[in-house]
Design a protein around this ligand. Structure first.
Ligand SMILES: Nc1ncnc2c1ncn2[C@@H]1O[C@H](COP(=O)(O)OP(=O)(O)OP(=O)(O)O)[C@@H](O)[C@H]1O
Length: 594
């Protein structure tokens, strides 16, 4: 018990750190209304019993019977009103809590170190933010209703003891069995609920993966296999569902036998007490009703189920809020710094494996550095570390001499811009999407950035031009990529990192974009992940990665002398032709050669 309490307190303390919880007011209102309704329910049999006794004694002529009858009616109306208010406040409480849990989970996800959020697939995140958040949001009201639901049986038992202690003793003797049924139900359901929610998440994740790869699946004709893969968790899900229904049914069945039995015994004892003259007819009526209400404790099973489900769902939803966040510092960058980038003793470990080791690499301010290497060499990890999308496990990355983790969030995000291979979909018109970001960007600057990224032409051809909603714009992969570039150009600070951001562009467009980048975009340092030798050739220096380490840092023309370097671009392996020789020329047109 103490351990459970401590665990709950620790949970609350940890959750508190995730963000503000909504006030307790909605929950308290549910509790007050439910308790009020329960009190009215408990008072009714007593009032009705007194009314009946007075009517039988006075034949309905006394004023007292009328007053008791009016009280009974008032209690009934009060109970109905309070029940309605309980429903109203329950809806409000559920909505407030669900919204709060969703916001906290979502904020946590946005604050998180992107790499740490990677284990949560989009489908899993969707399930946690929708189904799980709704279940978790319903728990506080269910908890209040569960607490209030104890008022009726406890109150009824107390009232029963006042009316007749013998009948109360009989009912009390049967209660431990009912409590045991409830406890077993709560314990057994907990584990199944967690596994059930996990299986739901798996189906959602697989479905989203399948939707993303729909074209590949259609082309490969593997639809049936994919369908089987997506629905694979359905079998354990169905088994878990059946198991939970069985648990529910068993709990209801057991309480369904125990409850009538208790009522029967109470009625029989009450009847004997009436026969012996210890109870009046009205009191017998009250006794029977109180026995019913006391045994109604079994009805708490469904509320208990909602509380258990909500607890598991809350853990799943708030797991998103607990993903480690990027903590920012308080320093600013020196004004008008050139954007010099330096990596000192940087080491990145993923899944226990070193995936990047870079020491003493410096990109002078205003220079363009190409990052090249075979697939899996660590280029994207380097790009992520260079702009602090993730922190290295060891070492430091400095921009104009300031470690990135000491910078304020604003300084970091205004001075370091990113463009990716696949820009994230965004809401709004094209102009709004390009303008969205840390800097204030005017419509003229949006146009300039789009021209530099080679996007202006196709944007103008859209029905509403720059005012076309992005979601309604039929864009090719390359066009979409160019909008991502335009956004990065519009917000370019002293460091611009392009991670495979021109991979879908044809060579001529890429060349134009490169020229515009030099002349029309705010000058600064560029770090460009490159797969084409043409890009490396135009850079001031190349950081050549191999198996997560730096093989060399030098201009492209020098590195091209090395056969291994040419092999990175598929331009012949070791022992291939010298620079400018036919193999290299065949592999890449004119501009590829130094
Ligand atoms: N979050 C992660 N968890 C485990 N391994 C990771 C993670 N991120 C990267 N890696 C591993 O680090 C290595 C480098 O990955 P990275 O994405 O930087 O390669 P890359 O050079 O950009 O490759 P490509 O050209 O194919 O995009 C890979 O072996 C990759 O599997």
């Amino acid at each position: 018990m103490t351990t459970g309490f401590r665990a709950r307190r620790a949970d609350r303390a940890r959750d508190g750190a995730d963000g503000a919880e909504p006030g307790r007011a909605p929950e308290v209102l549910v509790l007050l209304c439910s308790v009020g309704a329960a009190v009215a329910t408990v008072a009714q049999p007593f009032a009705l019993g007194r009314t009946l006794d007075l009517l039988l004694r006075d034949g309905g002529t006394g004023g007292a019977a009328g007053r008791w009858l009016a009280l009974s009616a008032a209690l009934l109306v009060g109970e109905l009103l309070l029940d309605s208010l309980t429903s109203l406040f329950t809806g409000r409480c559920n909505a407030v809590w669900t919204a709060s849990l969703r916001s906290r989970a979502f904020d946590g996800l946005l604050r998180a170190v992107p790499d740490r959020a990677r284990p949560f697939t989009p489908g899993d995140v969707g399930t946690r933010l929708t189904l799980n958040a709704a279940d978790a949001g319903g728990a506080p009201a269910a908890r209040a209703a569960l607490a209030a639901s104890m008022v009726t049986p406890v109150g009824a038992l107390a009232a029963l003891a006042v009316v007749d202690v013998w009948v109360a003793a009989c009912v009390l003797a049967g209660l431990p069995a009912l409590a045991l049924v409830l406890r077993t139900f709560a314990r057994d359901t907990g584990a199944s609920v967690a596994a059930y929610q996990d299986a739901q998440s798996q189906i959602a994740s697989r479905l989203l993966e399948a939707l993303e790869g729909a074209a590949t699946i259609a082309a490969a004709g593997t639809g049936a296999r994919e369908r089987a893969r997506v629905l694979e968790p359905l079998t354990p899900l169905a088994a878990l569902g059946r198991h939970m229904w069985a648990l529910h049914g068993r709990a209801l069945g057991r309480s369904g036998v125990l409850v009538p039995l208790l009522i029967l015994v109470a009625t029989a004892v009450g009847g004997l007490r009436l026969a012996s003259g210890a109870l009046s007819v009205g009191e017998l009526l009250a006794v029977c009703r109180y026995a019913q209400l006391t045994a109604g404790v079994g009805g708490a099973a469904s509320l208990l189920g909602a509380v258990v489900r909500g607890r598991e769902a809350r853990n799943r939803t708030l797991a998103l809020a607990r993903v480690p966040a990027l903590v920012h510092g308080t320093r600013r960058l020196p004004p008008a710094g050139p954007g010099e980038l330096e990596l000192r003793g940087v080491r990145v470990v993923r899944d226990g494996r070193q995936v990047l080791r870079v020491d003493g690499v410096r990109v002078p301010g205003g220079a363009t550095a190409a990052v090249v290497g075979r697939s899996g060499a660590g280029k994207s990890v380097l790009a992520a570390v260079a702009g602090r999308l993730t922190d290295p496990d060891e070492g430091q990355v400095l921009l104009d001499g300031v470690p990135l983790d000491r910078l304020t969030r604003k300084a970091l995000r205004t001075e370091v811009a990113y463009a990716f291979e696949r820009p994230a979909p965004a809401e709004g018109t094209i102009a709004e999407v390009v303008a969205a970001g840390p800097r204030r960007v005017s419509p003229e600057q949006v146009g300039e950035a789009c021209r530099a990224a080679g996007a202006d032409g196709f944007v103008r051809r859209l029905p509403s031009g720059y005012d076309t909603p992005l979601s309604a714009a039929p864009l090719s992969g390359g066009e979409y990529q160019r909008l991502g570039l335009a956004r990065a150009f519009a917000h370019a600070g002293r460091l611009l990192i392009m991670d495979d951001a021109t991979s879908s562009l044809d060579t001529a467009t890429e060349h134009e974009v490169d020229r515009a980048l030099r002349h029309s975009v705010r000058p600064g340092t560029r770090l460009v992940v490159a797969h084409r030798p043409s890009v490396a050739a135009r850079a001031d220096l190349v950081i050549w990665l191999e198996d997560g380490g730096v093989r060399a840092v030098a201009p492209h023309r020098e590195l091209w002398e090395t056969a291994d370097y040419r092999a990175v671009f598929g331009a012949g392996g070791a022992g291939a032709a010298a620079p400018g020789a036919s193999t290299a020329r065949r592999a890449e047109p004119e501009e590829a050669r130094p």
